[in-house]
Ligand binder design. Sequence first.
Ligand code: ADP
Ligand code: MG
Ligand code: MG
Length: 489
Amino acid sequence: LFPLIHYTFVNLFPERLKFLLHRSIAMATEAILQRLITNPERLKDLVDKAKDVALQSGMVIRTKEKPNSSEVVTYYPFSLFPTPVPKAAFLQALAVQTHFNTLVDKISQDPDFLEEALASTIQADDFTAKLFDIYRHVQQEGRTQPIVVGLLRSDYMLDQGECRTSSLKQIEINTISVAGFGVIDRVPEVHRYLRTCNSVFIIGLTLFNQGNCKSFCRAVILFLFEDVQTSIINHRCMEKELCNRNIPVIRRKFEDVSRRGSLDDDKKLFVDGLEVAVVYYRTGYMPNHYTEQAWDARLMMERSLAVKLPDIGTQLAGTKKVQQVLSKPGVLEKFFPDQPRVVERIRATFAGLYTLDMGLEGDKTVEMALAAPDQFVLKPQREGGGNNIYGSDICQVLQQVKESTERTAYILMDKIQPTPVQNYMLRRDFPLQISNCDSELGVFGVYVRQGKDTVMNECVGHLLRTKSSEVSEGGLTTGICVVDSPLLL
Ligand code: ADP
Ligand code: MG
Ligand code: MG
């Protein structure tokens, strides 16, 4: 009912009343919640219904015990209620997305910037160094494929300021293996709201065929996937969309490409005899995704004529080190030289980020973190959740690495302090209980560039993930956080 009430009130009442009405919607949700807390039978009834609706609408995931089996699935963890999100902050996040798309794309094409920004990280972190080697190789050899496709997700939390006003602060930008498409589109079916996009592939592929490939029907999209396939149902949703448009998809692992992939004289990429138009990486963002052969396969794909999603420069543009360098004065201005408004809008979402490079500034960061570890998050150059360091662990790690260049593998970030909201999180194997929750808003961006021409640059939807305030971080597939939808206030 709430979206309907919300819609009716917002459209019928003048501006000054809206604020009160929004508040009353939030209070009504709160009242329902309180009533459920004291009525376990009604709660159970509602929860059972919600799970069934989730299953019915395809909001399913494979199980941890049998990640490679189609025989057993369960419901994708989700929140029972949508979470109130201030509309202004939500719109701010959507509005700034195309600028982040442009920024990441510009960084990916700027070897001097990337080399300088990542210099200290490369010294201390072997994984980033290896990615950078591939980037340098491709730069020196010269790009084969002028089409670039980006599919990003920029994540935010609402920081509760001193006057209890919340401000939107960016957690990070994900440029590779961006999860959350497909299955999570079903959350609003349960919460009544829906959004998605797959058009990025189609534009990339069409352009590819115009430019290079005479035999359209033979070129395929290659989904490169990890060994553990709990998220396959998300991929299947995308495959279905592509299939409906007569676009063939093949699924392979790094080792398949390494064994049975090759480049021809024109650097066309072939796997199992099929020409690959687009390589879509759903793996390759963690060191343990790579064997020596996988690194070779990655280099081969990057050198090929295939469109990469993302290409190596775009992956590097998404590192936490680049995020920190961007927050330094003057750096955004370099990428948007004549657009002070754009710079301002992007910068408004930045939380405090601090270098740990060797030197005075880095020393100051160490001192600051040791003095108040609870106010910060220490981040290595890793993706996929569960890698960050919090609280007293920050002191322990920094004490160990503070005198050596090892510390430059990390950056330090202000810890965002969101206002907790009560909700029920529906998670298999976890007891049902009312929890204080924090939410993280993810905004999806896509762009396609052909040489110098930007063909598409759009904000294409959002994702809200919610976790207990008691845990520092949580991944969707680990079942620690749940999918949610925003109730705009
Ligand atoms: P990853 O690439 O592994 O997802 P993130 O930077 O997104 O790395 O951090 C993982 C999680 O840690 C986030 O989803 C969020 O829950 C928590 N987190 C990260 N940075 C902060 C921060 N500055 N303040 C509060 N929580 C944070
Ligand atoms: Mg990430
Ligand atoms: Mg993240």
